[in-house]
Design a protein around this ligand. Structure first.
Ligand SMILES: *Cc1c(COP(=O)(O)O)cnc(C)c1O
Length: 398
């Protein structure tokens, strides 16, 4: 099964070989390693897993994987099988002892064959997916697979009340060995919804009891970043489990703005994004700026043109919203944001000049733009900010 098999022509490469736009994203691998060390220090009783799906949340699959392995990580989770294959190729011989889990699992017989060929543990979320993986495996020992059970997110997975059917299906496929049982939480970052987390944990434990009767060594994995940070609250009733940690690795505190904020206070930001100032000029009182003239100067003012637009992953929903940081000062966006540019008010930065860095995310001093500042103005969450801005050329800082 290949989607769009009738479409002719070659596929775009992951990163088309075209001149890049102007913004650059900077990735601080030292902070990523420090975040890993902090997060793994919280859990004496388990091996955390680094979640690096979607090009490591826009931070770069290869660089992030290498930094995590340097810091002692031995378990990685990617998105689709194809991403796992790319990772295995990067890692080569150095990655022999690293386990790679595909969180989406195989979606076709070809996918199942490449998971098997590259030692990528496939997630199995349905009887059909189990059969597809089973058909691809002909090795002497049963193939380890990760079983996904849906305990309340209502996304992928065997439904919690259908564990007997799940077990029957898996027992009929003797060349598979369920090595891990996993489930994903819907409200772990919301302290007001602790009862939802404990409900999911209870259903997860029931599924575990059913599975353990047939596969006594099966490992458990429930926690994401938020649950891992709040492990004393959420994981007390569970045997040792594997935490699947994404957001917090990249410096995201899932409890930002809540009563549990202190749990993630040690996390350090990893991504910054900046674009050059392309020019600075005056705007006379009464003059409007950019397409559609949604902003008109109420007084004489000085503005800068910043070389980043919606083609660079900076949403047009940021038109007239939020700020960039130039020379440590906040400069508000004005007018409609364009494809490769937008305008900002530089009244607070008298020396602003062509070539200055305008930080979309990050920056120096008290004017720095946090992931929550930009996500709030954008109407989204930092996860989306990372994946959008991370598509720009990246520079790595060790
Ligand atoms: C993305 C993802 C995670 C990681 O969640 P964070 O909130 O980023 O820690 C864990 N498990 C699954 C199944 C995921 O898709």
């Amino acid at each position: 099964m290949t989607l769009f098999a009738d479409v002719t022509g070659s596929a775009d490469a992951h990163r088309p070989d075209l001149p890049a736009g102007l913004p650059v994203t900077r990735i601080n691998l030292g902070n990523l390693r420090r975040n890993w060390l902090f997060l793994s220090s919280l859990a004496k009783d388990c091996q955390p897993m680094g979640v690096i799906k979607s090009d490591a949340y826009g931070h770069g699959l290869e660089a992030v994987a290498r930094a995590l392995l340097d810091a002692g990580c031995r378990n990685l989770a990617v998105g689709g099988v194809a991403e796992g294959v790319i990772l295995r190729k990067f890692l080569g011989d150095t990655g022999q002892e690293i386990s790679v889990l595909s969180l989406l699992g195989a979606q076709s017989p070809e996918d199942a064959a490449s998971a098997v060929a590259h030692r990528i543990t496939p997630l199995v979320a349905s009887a059909g997916q189990a059969a597809q993986v089973s058909a691809a495996w002909s090795g002497p020992d049963p193939l380890p697979v990760a079983i996904k059970v849906d305990t309340g997110l209502a996304r992928l997975g065997f439904r919690a009340h259908e564990m007997q059917e799940c077990i029957t299906a898996l027992r009929s496929l003797a060349n598979l060995r369920p090595a891990m049982l996993l489930s994903h939480l819907a409200f772990a970052d919301n302290p007001a919804r602790d009862e939802s987390v404990s409900g999911q944990a209870e259903r997860f434990l029931a599924a575990y009891a059913a599975m353990r009767a047939f596969w006594p060594d099966i490992a458990l994995s429930l926690a994401n970043s938020a649950c891992h940070l709040a492990r004393d609250i959420h994981l007390g009733s569970l045997p040792p489990q594997v935490s699947r940690i994404g957001f917090a690795l990249y410096g995201g505190n899932p409890f930002s703005g809540t009563a549990r904020e202190h749990l993630g206070r040690a996390l350090l930001p990893v991504m910054e994004a900046a674009a050059p100032v392309l020019g600075v000029h005056d705007l006379a009182r009464g003059q409007s700026v950019s397409y559609g003239g949604i902003f008109t100067a109420g007084k004489d003012m000085r503005i800068a043109v910043v070389g980043a637009g919606y083609a660079d992953g900076l949403s047009r929903l940021l038109s007239g919203k939020g700020q960039v940081c130039i020379r440590g000062e906040r400069c508000p966006r004005i007018g409609n944001l364009c494809m490769q540019m937008h305008m900002v008010d530089v009244g607070r930065v008298p020396g602003a000049a062509r070539g200055d860095a305008a930080y979309l995310l990050g920056g120096e001093g008290p004017g720095a733009i946090s992931m929550w500042d930009i996500a709030g103005e954008w109407g989204t969450i930092p996860y989306e900010v990372f994946t959008a801005l991370g598509r720009n050329p990246r520079r790595y800082q060790s």
